[in-house]
Write a protein that binds this ligand. Sequence first.
Ligand SMILES: C[S@@+](CC[C@H](N)C(=O)[O-])C[C@H]1O[C@@H](n2cnc3c(N)ncnc32)[C@H](O)[C@@H]1O
Length: 292
Amino acid sequence: MFTLPLLATILRETFSSQQSRRIPEPDLIMDNPAKVEAFRQAGSEHGILSSVYLFHCAQISEVIKPGDTVLDLGCGPCNQLGVIARHNPDVNFIGVDLSDEMLARAEEHLRKEKLSNVTLRKDDITRLDSLADKSVDAVYSTVVLHHLPTEADLEAAFAQTSRVLREDGGLYLVDFAHLKSEKSIQYFAYRDQFEQPELFTLDYLYSLRAAFPLTSFSRDYQRHLKNRGHLYAFKPMPYMVAIKSAPRRNFDPALTARLRETQKSLKSKHHADLKNIMMLFRLSGLKSPYLS
Ligand SMILES: C[S@@+](CC[C@H](N)C(=O)[O-])C[C@H]1O[C@@H](n2cnc3c(N)ncnc32)[C@H](O)[C@@H]1O
């Protein structure tokens, strides 16, 4: 259920006449070892990000299918990619990132998890030099785009996504969108401050400040990805925005069972977090048929 502070934040964003300024991330790519470690810990099996990871995994699982080659833009330490690859063992994944530190953590994580359906590449998501036109069956990206320094880079990432994705390919791009008020940004960043490392809280604060406005997502979506999927955002408070294609596989009972098993294993706090994320996205029209 929505808490009073969350409802107050939605009301503030709905009626505020402010428009806080975008402040690009201090670390454009993430290669500070302490910050990388804080992010890796938050994304570990029962870490604070476990509910978010399961939510995105369920969304992405709908737009990919066995035999696909799927590109993850900005895979980071592969905690999110690891969850998706484990639930989709018949799919091949390519994770790209520009940070050597992240790629080293990612390799370690994949080895530990014994995941053989993932390969890693160093590449820039605004260029994707290592990928040919229409060479992948699906592209996804989770909370990466706000790391891009400029509006031109955001547009370049959308254009590259369209270039490497084959016709009728699957798509799921999700990121924060810019909130109007600094008070709302601080509400989300500090909400769970006592359950997460301080560096993670700061990283979250900088991410929300660096988020692109919904108008930028809408403009670049119209230019490059309009025919690839639908843009979902809860307009009164677009805390997150997603661009998602139509599902590419029939309802898959075995996959659903795997996802629901993982859902059951979440800690009760993370279970409640998952319900909140599902509700916030449902307000934007994005449903989660694979989760209960
Ligand atoms: C917040 S992490 C997200 C990692 C992962 N997608 C997840 O959801 O856990 C953002 C990642 O994007 C990477 N990144 C930022 N700019 C990039 C660029 N231009 N090309 C490739 N990777 C980039 C950073 O190095 C970092 O690993």
